[in-house]
Design a protein around this ligand. Structure first.
Ligand code: SAM
Length: 223
């Protein structure tokens, strides 16, 4: 049972909502500035979609960024009430909903999307397995799911202690996270009956070290 860890993830984001917003909006996270922000924005803009759900949207930068280039139908959900309030404050045009993955159910949103994006927002174990099953029900036909996460090639999968190393002193109470290596993610997608179309590994331009992976998924049409 990992309920304790799953709860700690939610609590930590609530606690650090302000510090996180400041770090994102002041562009304090080097890997985001150098690699991962551009990678997810380009991956999204290469898709053919009218509507997009940002799952674990945080303070909402991704929707604001994409909507700037491609105005459209966007929604964000996140478990942190403060982050959702901060997202909505800066963007009244789109809706941001305070909803945990655990509380999300088929009727929660009363609609479907062409594209669902999870940008560094999947930290749990069972909550992530369950979420992926639920996200399938929120996708329009031929819809796509994009997941950007840390690239872990072959280290062991399992719960890890959290750390805010490299972040400002304002951050406290790091949450544990469930580390999945590449194969573990592939198994997770199989379990959810999602079809992995391709994956793209994004490396730091100076060190050449992989920073992240973006998985491109769709609903499985064949058993
Ligand atoms: C690293 S932040 C990323 C935020 C945003 N996607 C971005 O790119 O800036 C992770 C986000 O996932 C959200 N999150 C993590 N676990 C969650 C859960 N079980 N339910 C809802 N939101 C969750 C947190 O509240 C947090 O806003």
């Amino acid at each position: 049972m990992t309920v304790k860890e799953e709860q700690a993830i939610l609590k930590s984001w609530d606690t650090n909502a302000k510090a996180w917003t400041q770090a994102v909006r002041n562009q304090e996270i080097e890997s985001r500035n150098q690699v991962t922000n551009q990678a997810i924005v380009e991956a999204i803009l290469a898709q053919d979609f009218q509507s997009m759900l940002d799952v674990g949207c945080g303070e909402g930068w991704l929707i604001r960024e994409i909507a700037n280039t491609r105005p459209g139908d966007y929604m964000g959900i996140d478990g942190s009430e403060d982050l959702i309030r901060l997202a909505q404050e800066l963007d009244q045009e789109h809706s941001y909903l305070n909803l945990t993955y655990q509380a999300l159910n088929i009727g929660s949103l009363q609609r479907k999307f062409d594209l669902i994006v999870c940008n560094f927002s999947l930290f749990g174990n069972e909550s992530v397995d369950d979420l992926l099953l639920k996200l399938k029900g929120l996708l329009n036909e031929n819809g796509r799911i994009l997941i950007q996460t840390l690239y872990v090639e072959d280290e062991q999968t399992g719960w890890q202690a959290g750390s805010w190393q490299g972040f400002s002193k304002q951050f406290t109470d790091p949450a544990p996270w469930y580390k999945r290596n590449h194969q573990a993610w592939i198994n997770t997608f199989k379990y959810a009956n999602l079809l992995l179309l391709r994956h793209q590994i994004n490396s730091h331009p100076d060190t050449r070290k992989p920073c992240s992976v973006i998985f491109h998924l769709t609903t499985q049409t064949q058993e």
